[in-house]
Design a protein around this ligand. Structure first.
Ligand SMILES: Nc1ncnc2c1ncn2[C@@H]1O[C@H](COP(=O)(O)OP(=O)(O)OP(=O)(O)O)[C@@H](O)[C@H]1O
Length: 280
């Protein structure tokens, strides 16, 4: 077990930011924490990384109480929160070298990582002149420098174009193969569906659903329906009723169906159905 939260509550003054939060993350698992702004995602990361004390409940990371995280545990944690902390005037290589010195990581690891995150052409470029996506890769490389067992990714692809976001997401899938346990917060349900083994949907400090993305969507597939494109290019959506299924069968027999898809809800639909509000 890499992370475990048991009945965590966090109260700020009059405001309860987290209420009865429990989940576990295993090695090689990507766990997504999905919720709109203010839901409590960052507060959870702060509790898990020992930056904030919970009001009640217990949090452990790599077998140690999060309130007692020592250097040995910190050396096994990587955090990607935003692009602050990058030395703008240093090159990509020198940024990583500075952190390698702090973390006593051999320099051979720097080039290995530069290659892994796809910054070989930018190796000598100053960080201040990197694109947003390149800078994010640098931040990820920095978080991976000491080969942590746990990685916290707080909105890691927010503001990136879809192609860059996709490349960065693939990097996380590579890390998963290396058995890194990843805690990912995002507003982006497509990202969560692509990356996460399990997710928790967080609404105003409460977990309202948890499970594998597909499992959650199927659990909420109450109004089963099919979206069909006919060979006349006409598009129809039919509910799963006996007469509609008969009609669909007939269209198949007559060779009239060009495409057919089931219409199960997305994670965003589930969130809206349960809370009445969107994820963003
Ligand atoms: N130090 C603090 N003092 C008082 N209230 C706080 C503090 N930190 C967070 N909160 C409140 O706790 C709630 C959860 O905040 P948190 O930053 O965890 O949300 P979030 O889900 O990370 O949002 P975002 O996606 O915008 O980063 C919010 O209502 C916020 O105002």
């Amino acid at each position: 077990m890499i992370l475990e939260l048991n009945h965590i509550e966090k109260v700020f003054g009059e405001h309860t930011a987290l209420k009865d939060i429990s989940f576990k993350i295993d090695e090689g698992e990507i766990f997504g924490f999905l919720g709109p702004s203010g839901a409590g995602k960052t507060t959870t990361i702060k509790i898990l990384t020992g930056q904030l004390k919970p009001t009640s409940g217990q949090a452990t990371i790599l077998g140690r109480d999060c309130l007692k995280i020592n250097e040995e545990i910190y050396e096994q944690i990587g955090i990607v929160s935003d692009t602050s902390g990058v030395y703008e005037r240093f090159s990509v290589y020198d940024n990583l070298k500075a952190f390698a010195d702090i973390l006593s990581v051999p320099y051979s690891r720097i080039d290995e990582l530069i290659e892994e995150v796809g910054l070989v052409d930018q190796r000598k470029q100053v960080a201040g002149k990197l694109s947003k996506g390149q800078k994010q890769r640098l931040v990820i490389a920095r978080a991976m420098l000491h080969q942590p067992k746990v990685l916290f990714l707080d909105e890691p692809t927010s503001g990136l174009d879809p192609t860059t976001a996709n490349q960065i997401q693939n990097l996380f899938l590579e890390l998963k193969k290396q058995q890194v346990g990843i805690f990912l917060t995002t507003h982006n349900m497509e990202e969560a569906t692509k990356l996460c083994d399990r997710v928790a949907l967080l609404d105003r400090g409460h977990i309202i659903e948890t499970g594998a993305p597909k499992e959650i969507c199927l659990r909420h597939n109450n109004d089963k329906a099919y979206k069909i494109t006919l060979n006349t290019k006409e598009e129809v959506t039919l509910k799963d009723t006996a007469s509609n299924i008969k009609q669909i069968n007939q269209w198949f027999i007559d060779g009239r169906i060009e495409t057919i898809h089931s219409c199960e809800p997305t994670l965003e639909d589930v969130f809206i159905n349960v809370t009445g509000r969107g994820l963003v």
